[in-house]
Design a binder for this molecule. Structure first.
Ligand SMILES: [Cu+2]
Length: 191
């Protein structure tokens, strides 16, 4: 799944190139040496939000309607994830949607990705939730949370989206980034 990271970097570079085209020609040549911070800034500009650990967690979003879920293990999980536990909270507010996940008993130092899904956990979460059902597989049309487990086996991430999910957003599923089909656990929203 390094392809995903590569794709994001390519998108960021393209975004930088577009911006350069709109300004003076003298800046165009510098695109390939664009510092990483600028690339990340461009991704934020595009709302290609895969999570920000420093964002306000869903439970603390002012004036939000918050629903919560508890992760349950799925039979599709790879070996080594039998003790994974955790929670998810989803906040709907005037600012859009915030999703925060908290996990424990993960293998340390592993890359994971979670998505908001449109199915029940008994359906393995179904498909990814899309704001526009005919639209992109990537944020901001979907809500993705990318994170790496800490040394103590915990995983934590918050993702924000400017749009507000509707009732089709029913669950959150955690995947190992390198074994995307091996869904580890699913949490279903309570309302
Ligand atoms: Cu998923």
């Amino acid at each position: 799944m390094r392809n995903l990271v590569l794709l994001l970097l390519v998108i960021a570079v393209i975004a930088g190139a577009c911006r350069s085209d709109e300004s003076t020609a003298t800046t165009t040549a510098s695109t390939t040496s664009m510092p990483m911070d600028d690339a990340m800034g461009d991704m934020n500009d595009m709302q290609m939000n895969m999570g920000d650990p420093d964002a306000v967690p869903a439970e603390e979003v002012p004036g939000a309607e918050v629903v919560a879920g508890t992760f349950a293990l799925l039979d599709t999980r790879p070996a080594g994830y039998d003790d994974v536990a955790g929670t998810v909270a989803l906040a709907r507010s005037a600012g859009g949607t915030t999703v925060t996940i908290r996990l424990e008993n993960l293998a340390a130092g592993v890359d994971f990705i979670s998505h908001v899904h449109d199915g029940l956990c008994s359906e393995l979460g179904g498909d990814h939730y899309k704001f526009d059902p005919a639209g992109s597989d990537m944020p901001p049309n979907e809500i993705h949370l990318a994170f790496t487990s800490a040394a103590d086996g915990t995983g934590f991430m918050t993702a924000e989206n400017a749009a507000t999910v509707d009732d089709r957003a029913r669950s959150v599923v955690v995947h190992p980034l390198d074994l995307l089909d091996n869904k580890i656990a699913c949490a279903q929203f309570d309302g």
